[in-house]
Design a binder for this molecule. Sequence first.
Ligand SMILES: Cc1cc2nc3c(=O)[nH]c(=O)nc-3n(C[C@H](O)[C@H](O)[C@H](O)COP(=O)(O)OP(=O)(O)OC[C@H]3O[C@@H](n4cnc5c(N)ncnc54)[C@H](O)[C@@H]3O)c2cc1C
Length: 312
Amino acid sequence: MTLSREQQAEIAAQREAETPTRRATVPALEEILYQPLPVLDHGFVRVIDYMGDDGAVVQAARVSYGRGTRKVSEDRGLVNYLMRHRHTTPFEMCEIKYHVKLPIFVARQWIRHRTANVNEYSARYSILDKEFYIPAPEQLAAQSRSNRQGRGAVLEGAEARRVLDLLRGDAERCYADYIEMLNEDETGNPVEEGRQGLARELARMNLTLNVYTQWYWKTDLHNLLHFLSLRADPHAQYEIRTYAEAMLETVKRWVPLVHDAFMQYRMGGVHLSEGGLAVVRKLLRGEAVDQAASGLSAREWRELMAVLGRPL
Ligand SMILES: Cc1cc2nc3c(=O)[nH]c(=O)nc-3n(C[C@H](O)[C@H](O)[C@H](O)COP(=O)(O)OP(=O)(O)OC[C@H]3O[C@@H](n4cnc5c(N)ncnc54)[C@H](O)[C@@H]3O)c2cc1C
């Protein structure tokens, strides 16, 4: 993650300023407000603003007039109940705004989450930074043989070196061509006198998908948890998962009761089909059951045995 001196100074100035307010604030989140949390090689996620706290969720659920005088244990019980029973609207009472710097191919997955407000850095207006995501060697994996949307063993030796060379070389070359077509360097100065240069909105089409883009991304807590349940999940692609994991830490600081309920009932729990539940009931009764008799597909059976920690 590389921030210019000016960007660092802007963040420091924002962190210096304090605004008195009657609204709920959360000291643990204030501690990291505006601070970039590094993700991947040049990316980050930082909390820019937020509204509400754990109290706002319980307040809305009780439709109360004030912050209430209930004990934390009662609030925890209520938040757990809401999470368990998918009573989701009280979670929509909290909002959070992030500034994210991420590779374009990660942004393409992320933008599928339609229930957020997004404003992306304009590559029609500005020149994109010369920053490309190059996977760490341990992330340079082969195509999985069992999962078409997954990775297998890590590439090694000459093959790994060749892949890294190609990734770096292609990104560098395309970026150099981008600059040549623009006839402007990264700071907007002309490269060669006497050439007009291609419009920024056109020149960008030549860039590789590992170039970093940036956006402001604002959503409510309910939709954020939905995003995290999909993207912090082990099935999500590693690159977007690292962002989701960093955001999960911000949720833990911001709304610890909601975070605990989410980890307990969503991230740590599983959803069983009717057939899956029937298998579990049989196993609890000590009855023998196999895939053929269960009526589950081979894949669903494998998934169920994996969550139950039983051999196939
Ligand atoms: C592991 C994984 C693999 C994926 N693979 C693919 C893939 O191969 N190809 C691909 O195209 N996508 C893929 N996706 C993206 C996926 O299909 C969803 O588009 C993405 O996860 C956003 O989910 P969402 O629609 O629930 O979220 P959001 O857009 O945030 O929506 C939240 C919820 O709001 C409701 N909602 C929002 N908009 C509408 C609408 N227009 N109509 C009805 N209900 C709406 C739905 O209930 C939805 O669940 C993948 C996602 C994951 C996590």
